[in-house]
Structures are given as C-alpha cells and as structure tokens.
Design a protein around this ligand. Structure first.
Ligand SMILES: [Zn+2]
Length: 409
C-alpha cells in the first residue's frame, strides 16, 4: 500500500514524518555524513538533527562511525545507515514463477528462492503464496532478525492505496484483498505494486537511473510495459496501470492485435512475436544458423551477436519499432534517460542502434539531445522491484515512522 497523506493526523505529524524521512534519505544516499552537514543540507536546526539522529540510532536504523578528517586532525564522528538490523521479503509473482527474496535495508539480497507457479485461481494462488512465505520464513529464521515488511509485485492492475488487486493477466482475480490478508497473516507492513513500475523505481534507487530526475523504463517480455519516473517519483494513477505502450500502433497495415487494433507494438517486439517471425523466415528459406527447433529469443540474440544476418534483421526490426513508441514517449515526457529491460537487451549494441535510429527521425531534437538510452543493470528476474517499494516507504517516512519506538519522540 502506498503512503497517503490523508492517513496522517494533523500537520505536525506530517512535518515530523517528512523531516525524519529527509534525514534518513540523506544519510543513506550521502553517507558518511556529519550532523553539521545534515543541518546545512536539510536546513533543519542542529537541535532537530540531534533529536532525529538520536531516535534513528536508538532504533538501529543508522550508526555513528569515525572518519579521519582530510586535514589529519582528530577523528570526526560521521553517520551512516545501518542496514543489517531489519529485513524485508520481496516477492515477484510472475506469470510462471514466484520469486521470494530476503533483503536487508540496504537492498542486499540475503536469500533467494524461485518456485514454479502452477495454480491460476485466486484462492488457490493465495494459499500457495502464504504457504511459500511461511516456509521461507521458517527456513531463513537465522537470517531474519526483525522482519518489517513483505512486498509483492505482479503484472496487473492494483489499487495500491487499499491494497487490492483488480486484474492479473494470468490469475483469475475478483477484487483480491491481498495486502489485508497478508497483513493479518504475518503482522508486518505489506506493499503491493505493479512489477514493471516497481522495476522502474528500483532502477532509480539502485540501478542505472540513480540521481536522474526523469526516466522511463520499458520492459519487453510477454508484453511491453513501462514505468515513468518524474522528479524521482514513480508516476502512478488510480489503478497503477503501467503505461500501456504495447498497444501503440507502429504499423497501420500490421496484424490484428488481441486488443482489436492493427499493428500494435506488442505484435512486433515481444519475444513470442520475434520467435514466430524467425520460424516463418527460416521456413521461407532465409539462410541462417538459427533452426526452427532452436530459435527462442536467447538463441536469436546470441546468433545476432555472432553476426548471423537473419538474427540481426529480427533484432533490428524490433529495435526500430520499439524506437517508434519510445519517440512518442520522449515527445510527451521528455525524460533524461530511457532504460530497456528484457531478453532483447542481450543484443545491446544492435538493439540500441536500431532504437536510436528511429528516435532520431521521430522525436524533437530539442527533447532528445540530452537523452541517453541504456539497458537495465538490474536482474529483472529478481525481486528487487518489490524491495524498491519498501525503500520508497522508508524514504517517504511511512515505514520509517512505524519502525520508531514512539515512547520517546
Ligand atoms: Zn493492441
């Protein structure tokens, strides 16, 4: 569930939360940092910094460290985050697998399990998921000292304020109150989010868009999804739909899409579409090292990298079509960075060149002159996106305040 200002009682409480959040974020991102520097950057009074850091130290969220001053004088006391005291579980519920990963508060993975997803009915999937989490907690008991959150990301539409899953492409869902159910079961903070949007957020916290204000992540897999970051915040709407770039028309004479339109991006660039075209072209006699039996997306990328003409053509075509949709997004959002994720990025050079060539003819020069396009540096199979929602709740203060022992604030 995302943080909602309306849940706070009174203005003083809100200001307190925002101040704690700001100081914690500064410490995480700029450590080691001194109290004096914190006061300067945050513009808070030194007395407030003393009070906030005392609380954060007491609750094991930060710690003091000695740093040698550059002038060689007495060691000065600085502050850095303490990540090891609390843990969070991140879960990626993909179309075929459940990835469960244990993290410390520094986004370090402590344990990882991947299980197949074989049940596609809400109630059964829920029982399966709860069972997997219970087993995981039991097995990793030694590493889990203070579990503070469980975060689940999945493809679909989510009412993140109330923690309800409205739609999933692979599980029959009828207003699935998963956040409430997990909260009752495990008694920790629960976060729910869309997998692609959460991955975009993870890139901005831990990956290739760190420190970048405006960025867009586009992931090509079974569909094409995207997450938009504006002013370092995830752009969300009422049901957390990821920008449906997959149904942008890139070819008016293209094949009919399941959405009813013709020539949608999805029909040209998703793994299955590329694999399907590869098979057709091989059957029609194109000379290639690929064979009808061995032409999944990983084969295609590998052969493209080794110079196979057909494989290169396929990746190039996907890149150019992706570039058409990206050009539209650049014209609308004017991001500083675009991050591509998915199997296609295993041929980074061919893909990026093709995307750039489309972009250069179809977007305003003024909007793309400071734009860089890269491939994701995160493993999109991990549950790092789920952990990003925990990080978000620490940085906006909602989870941070829940971790404070409030008797003495
Ligand atoms: Zn479509």
């Amino acid at each position: 569930m995302s943080f909602n200002y309306l849940h706070l009682v009174g203005n003083a409480e809100l200001i307190k939360q925002l101040n704690y959040a700001m100081i914690y974020r500064l410490i995480v991102q700029q450590a080691p940092i001194s109290r004096i520097q914190l006061a300067e950057i945050s513009q808070l009074a030194p007395a407030s910094i003393t009070k906030i850091t005392r609380q954060l130290i007491k609750n094991e969220l930060i710690k003091e460290v000695n740093t040698q001053q550059s002038t060689g004088g007495r060691p000065a006391v600085s502050i850095q985050a303490k990540f090891s005291h609390y843990q969070a579980i991140g879960i990626q519920l993909s179309r075929s697998h459940v990835t469960i990963e244990l993290y410390d508060l520094g986004a370090n993975s402590l344990a990882l399990e991947i299980h197949p997803l074989t049940t596609f009915e809400q109630k059964l999937a829920q029982e399966y998921l709860i069972g997997l989490i219970e087993q995981f907690i039991q097995k990793k008991g030694k590493q889990i000292k203070h579990l503070v959150a469980i975060s689940v990301v999945l493809p679909g539409l989510i009412d993140s304020v109330r923690g309800i899953i409205r739609y999933m492409p692979h599980i029959q869902v009828n207003a699935w109150y998963l956040a409430e159910i997990l909260q009752k079961q495990f008694n920790v903070s629960i976060f729910l989010g869309n997998d692609i949007q959460s991955l975009a957020l993870a890139e901005s916290y831990f990956g290739s868009t760190q420190g970048v204000d405006d960025s867009i992540l586009i992931r090509v897999h079974r569909g094409v999804g995207s997450g938009v970051i504006v002013n370092q915040q995830l752009l969300t709407n009422h049901n957390q739909s990821a920008c449906e770039v997959g149904h942008i028309q890139v070819d008016p004479l293209g094949e009919r899409c399941h959405c009813g339109n013709f020539g949608c991006l999805e029909n040209r660039v998703v793994n299955k579409a590329i694999e399907h075209r590869a098979r057709l072209m091989i059957k029609q006699g194109y000379v290639s090292k690929l064979t009808v039996e061995h032409c999944d997306i990983n084969h295609i990328c590998r052969h493209a990298n080794q110079g196979d003409a057909l494989a290169i053509k396929l990746i190039k075509d996907a890149g150019e079509n992706l570039g058409r949709a990206i050009a539209i997004m650049v014209n609308i959002f004017n991001p500083q960075r675009i991050v591509l994720a998915g199997e296609l990025t295993k041929s980074p050079e061919i893909l990026l060149n093709a995307v750039t060539s489309s972009l250069n003819t179809q977007s305003l020069e003024e909007l793309r002159k400071n734009l860089t396009i890269t491939c994701s540096s995160l493993n999109d199979r991990s549950a790092i996106g789920a952990f990003a929602l925990v990080q978000q709740a620490l940085f906006n203060g909602s989870l941070l305040m829940a971790l404070l022992d409030d008797k003495e604030q």
